[in-house]
Write a protein that binds this ligand. Structure first.
Ligand code: FRU
Length: 472
């Protein structure tokens, strides 16, 4: 196999994030096998060592002591010629099985569920030759079109449970439930949740589901799935809040996690301190050709802390460990923008701003602005919405431009917590909701950061930190 560290993208690539995780080069997609093991966090991920495209999928591997700074480790899993994973080691999870690190993943093609164990602290993996689930259950087989993947395993009441995702052709997405006493012999129980391809209200749940996760909040459980439309279009991540009792799930409400199709296939992990942390694949938002030229594609979201809010909604907030990246600090007080002005320059920043608007005002921040405003990306608050407007983010025509919006009750005050890292912009609203966009400004002088308002708004305090790189 080609050396993992060869052919790195040039250091001066202006779009490479500096404080988000991504492999040294090539393609990545989903986070896999997240686990805290002996006081270290392990992050595996879907990785193609042969280029910046989804091809021969391996499991890349990295380790961290704080969720923020990562060290690359050798590739953990590669397809075995003639093995059940000969065409790829697709997504899956990691568990601690009586002290033995154990992973489950999907081998292709056909899609079967495989397992492997490690005896050297997760560095190398011994695969079990035969899949633990070799085919879809009989009642699904004819309708699933071969789709059955992305095992998520947890322990409950002395047994192991597994979720897999699939579909019913013409029906909708499916989450299937399995049970095992020993992690090798799995008994199929039944579909746990099913989608309806014809239902559009409150939103469409697509034709196929992927990457299930179950988060246990005690009284309530949340099941996350990533939704695809036909053929192969990512829709968004959706979650069902309800109760998992006696091997069945009762849905109380369902929601979209992040209103965009560039945030996909997240995975959660429960830390020893009780926090639920989520990482998501963040897709590129430019042509496949640009990614091939750049030599890399895909990155991880920031580590996000999940909480269950009222009305069954999930809150997403940046983990506190990110504060260790803060370097130079600037504070602005009592800004009252009338029109727009620039405050400073930067492309790897954290910005924390409180706004107190008069009713009917539109206001916000702009980032990556060229001096003449030809390139700029806006974060706009108006009419109970927060919007990332990247319509003018780049003069490059190989780049997508979008309006991404989130409904929010503004009512007199709103907090924006913004993380800008070269080509990624993440916005947390009132420490709860999350928006993300990719931006690829073409001009080297598109570095301005500013505020703007139509109507009246007071900004009692606005803090900006330059953030350090996470790499040594
Ligand atoms: C989600 C996904 C998974 C699959 C993996 C393949 O992005 O399609 O369903 O296991 O990616 O790389």
């Amino acid at each position: 196999m080609r050396n993992h560290f060869e052919g790195q993208p040039p250091l001066e690539d202006p779009h490479r994030p500096q404080y988000h995780f991504l492999p040294p080069a090539n393609w990545m997609n989903d986070p896999n096998g997240l686990i805290q093991w002996k006081n270290q966090f392990h992050l595996f991920y879907q990785y193609n060592p042969y280029g910046a495209f989804h091809g021969s999928i391996h499991w890349g591997h990295a380790v961290s002591t704080d969720l923020v700074h990562w060290r690359h480790l050798p590739v953990a899993l590669a397809p075995t010629p003639d093995g059940p994973d000969k065409d790829g080691c697709w997504s899956g999870c990691a568990i601690d099985h009586n002290g033995v690190p154990t992973i489950f993943y999907t081998g292709v093609s056909p899609q079967v569920q495989c397992t492997a164990t490690s005896s050297d602290d997760l560095l190398t993996w011994q695969k079990r030759l035969q899949p633990v689930i070799a085919a879809p259950p009989p009642d699904i087989r004819e309708h699933a079109g071969g789709d059955l993947r992305d095992p998520f395993v947890w322990r409950q009441d002395g047994l192991w449970y597994m979720l897999l995702t699939s579909k019913i052709e013409g029906g909708g997405g499916l989450v299937l439930l399995y049970r095992s006493a020993d992690t090798i012999n799995w008994e199929y129980l039944h579909p746990l949740i099913s989608g309806d391809v014809n239902q559009r209200d409150p939103f469409w749940t697509g034709t196929i589901w992927e990457c299930p996760n179950l988060i246990d909040f005690g009284d309530k459980q949340v099941i996350l799935v990533s939704l695809q439309g036909t053929p192969n279009t990512f829709l968004y991540v959706c979650y069902f809040t309800g109760e998992f009792r006696q091997e069945s799930f009762t849905t109380h409400s369902r929601h979209i996690l992040v209103p965009t199709n560039i945030f996909y296939a997240p995975q959660v992990m429960r830390l020893d301190d009780g926090r639920v942390i989520l990482f998501s694949w963040i897709l590129e938002d430019r042509t496949a050709r640009s990614a091939l030229q750049a030599g890399w594609s895909g990155m991880m979201s920031l580590p996000l802390e999940c909480s269950l809010l009222e009305a069954g909604k999930l809150g997403l907030a940046p983990v506190r460990e990110l504060q260790s990246l803060r370097k130079n600090h600037s504070r602005f007080v009592n800004l009252q923008p009338n029109g727009s002005f620039l405050l400073l320059q930067g492309q790897a920043l954290e910005i924390l701003a409180r706004f107190e608007p008069a009713p009917g005002s539109a206001f916000g921040l702009k980032v990556r602005c060229s001096p003449d405003g030809q390139e700029q990306t806006l974060i706009i608050c108006r009419e109970n919405q927060v919007i990332i407007d990247s319509e003018r983010s780049s003069l490059n025509t190989d780049v997508n431009r979008r309006i991404t919006s989130l409904p929010v009750e503004i009512e007199g005050r709103i907090n924006l917590h913004i993380f800008l890292d070269h080509s990624i912009l993440e916005v947390f609203v009132n420490d709860q909701s999350y928006l993300v966009s990719r931006i690829y400004p073409s001009r080297p002088d598109s570095l301005g950061i500013g505020v703007f308002a139509e109507g009246s708004v007071n900004i009692p305090q606005l803090d900006v930190w330059v953030l350090d790189s996470i790499w040594e």
